[in-house]
Design a protein around this ligand. Sequence first.
Ligand SMILES: C[S@@+](CC[C@H](N)C(=O)[O-])C[C@H]1O[C@@H](n2cnc3c(N)ncnc32)[C@H](O)[C@@H]1O
Length: 298
Amino acid sequence: MKLAEYAVKEKIINLNNENSFDNLVIKKSKLSDNKLVYQNSQQGIWLYQANCLEFMDKLIEKYPNGIFDMIFADPPYFLSNGGITCQTGKMVSVHKGDWDKSKGAEVNHAFNLEWLKRCQALLNPNGTIWVSGTQHVIFSIGYAMQQLGMKILNDIIWEKPNPPPNLSCRYFTHSTETILWAAKNEKSKHLFNYADMRKENGDKQMKNVWRFTAPAKDEKNFGKHPTQKPIKLVERCILASTNPQDLILDPFNGSSTTGVCSIKHGRKYVGIELEREYIDLSIKRLDSEIISKLNQGN
Ligand SMILES: C[S@@+](CC[C@H](N)C(=O)[O-])C[C@H]1O[C@@H](n2cnc3c(N)ncnc32)[C@H](O)[C@@H]1O
C-alpha cells in the first residue's frame, strides 16, 4: 500500500508554519543542488540534499537563537586513505567514499570546527549534541567542542561484540567507537531522562559503555550505507535526551538512521545529506518506517 493512502490517518504533529521546514529555499551551489528531497509535514520529517555547511547557514539566518532540541552527527571519519580492513572474511581496501578522505589534520580540524560551530548556533539553549567517531576524528571533535565553549557531558564508548579481525596483527582489534555528548554551553540545563535509562538497565544506573552489534540485516533491507549506525544505538541517544515531539537534526544523514529512529519515537526530524545514492536509500527507509508506524495505528 502506498504512503499517500495513509494520509488521512496520519497523526498531526503540532508545527506552526513558522517552524516548518517545507519551504526553505537555498541556492544551488558548486557543492550541491541544495534542495528538499523528502517531506512528510504531518509526521514532521524533512530531508534536504545539501552541503551541511551551506544549509545550516540558511537555517541560522531563519533561527538565529537556535531551534533544535538535539543533534546527532556522524561526520566523515577521514579514514578512507588506502588502508586495509576485513569484510566478510576478505581483505578489502578502506574506501567509504571521497567524502571520507583525509585532507590532513589541519584541514580536517578546520572542517570539524566549522560544522560544529553551526550546530552549536542551531541548538536550543538547553539542547544537546551527540557526535560519533573513531580515533581518526574524535580528538579533533573533542578539541573543537572545547574551543567553542560547549559543555562535554559524557564520552560514551560503543563496544562492538563482533568486530572484524585486525589483519595486520600489529595492533589490538579495533572494537569501539566513541560518542561525545555535549550541551550547547556551560550555562545549559540539559535534559537527561535518567529514570528511563535506569529502567532500561534493570534498575541500575546506566554506565557510559554501551554494547551493541553492528546494524542487523533487516536494517539494510533497502541497501547498504558503508558507515550505517545501528538503530538501537541512535535510539538510545534520542530516548536519553529528548521528549516526544522534540526536534532533531542530523547534518550527516547518510541512510537516515536518525530519521528512522525519530519517526519510531514521535520526534520531528531534519536530515541533510550530500550524496544522491544515500538520499535514495533514505527515502525508502523513511517511507517504510512511516508506513509501519501508521499500520500500528500510532
Ligand atoms: C558517517 S556517514 C553517516 C552515516 C549515518 N549515521 C547512517 O547511519 O547511515 C556520513 C555521511 O555524511 C555525508 N556527508 C559528508 N560530507 C557532507 C557534507 N558536507 N554535507 C552533508 N553531508 C555530508 C556522506 O555522504 C555520508 O553519507
